[in-house]
Design a protein around this ligand. Sequence first.
Ligand SMILES: Cc1ncc(COP(=O)(O)O)c(C=O)c1O
Length: 394
Amino acid sequence: MKSKFERINRLPPYIFSEINSLKIKLRSEKKDIIDFGMGNPDMQTPLHIRQKLKDTIDKPGVGRYSVSKGINGLRKAQAKYYKRRFNVNLDINTEIIVTIGSKEGLANLAQAITSKGDKILCPDPSYPVHPYGFTIAGAKLIPLKTIYNGEFNPKKYLINIEKNIKRYSTIKAVIVSFPSNPTAQTVDLDFYKELVKLAIKYEIYVLSDLAYSEIYFENNPPPSILEVNGAKKVAVEFTTLSKTYAMAGWRIGFAVGNKTLIQALTKIKSYVDYGAFTPVQVAATAALNGSQQCVEEIRQIYKKRRDVLIESFGRSGWYIPKPKASMFVWAPIPDKFNKLGSMKFAKKLMINADVAVAPGLAFGKNGEGFVRIGLVENNQRIRQAAKNIKKFLD
Ligand SMILES: Cc1ncc(COP(=O)(O)O)c(C=O)c1O
């Protein structure tokens, strides 16, 4: 065959595949690998949500094609969530769409809005669909460093955004995602106020990915960009049930905000999908409308794991800053191994300590020097990992 797959060729080799192959190999040798590599929630979805799925699945008609933009009840439930959590009013017909997980929504929005020559400002390091959704769509990515001397500085970040907007004339959108995957960085509402000002001034869109809206540890819930007056002129925001209700496999997320962007996403999705399975959408509605006690319980599990991990790894000689939110710990490679780089260090850690982590490089070149540790193993396994690490570091 002479034909080339031009879009696919734009994507670099999948960096996790090396790590994954090693994991498979070691497991086949009967090694018990403690796996912090993926951000895949391990808790069970709360009972009342599973029960709602069971109750709905026997109803007539639910096996038919569903509604691409999401059933009315679910969009209403999302509007109520934004009202109670952020005091933001949303029109369920024009400002909310249900997505098959926020990853799908982000990737399809990139397809919907990218024109030839468009440039996108994207954090580096970042969750991969942020840059690669747009890479596939044909945009040029302008990576934005988020870490300065080992630390996140929102003011410098905003200055950097404006500098780049001025430098390049065809910026279509800027992507932000706080609490961040992988770095766990957070921002306050003032950051979004400044960002919305810039976006309105220079007429660019803002795509905010708020996947960790409910995974926070300090009585300081992450804000939504839509809390800023006038944000809807420029911003769309993605949320998901994946982490909030441990529903990652159910594939339900949302995009809300700017009508033009929601309309664009609605249109493209009406061509490429029929929406999530109706019983899943009904159960998702029950998740948002029901008691939120389960969310508090999930939050407390992550918080406890974070505390156990920071404390026990610290005692093993690996000092890591405590994240305020998200389900990740962003850990600098211990000094002794710094020269190795994150990929080699991650492999060494797996071979010598039976601990799998994600190399920072997998999230962009500015992720080098760090590894991402997902809070997806229980406290006992975290303590075991700390013991293994102590031996390894010693
Ligand atoms: C920042 C961020 N956005 C989106 C997603 C994907 O979420 P969903 O399951 O809704 O597609 C993740 C998953 O890890 C994430 O970390």
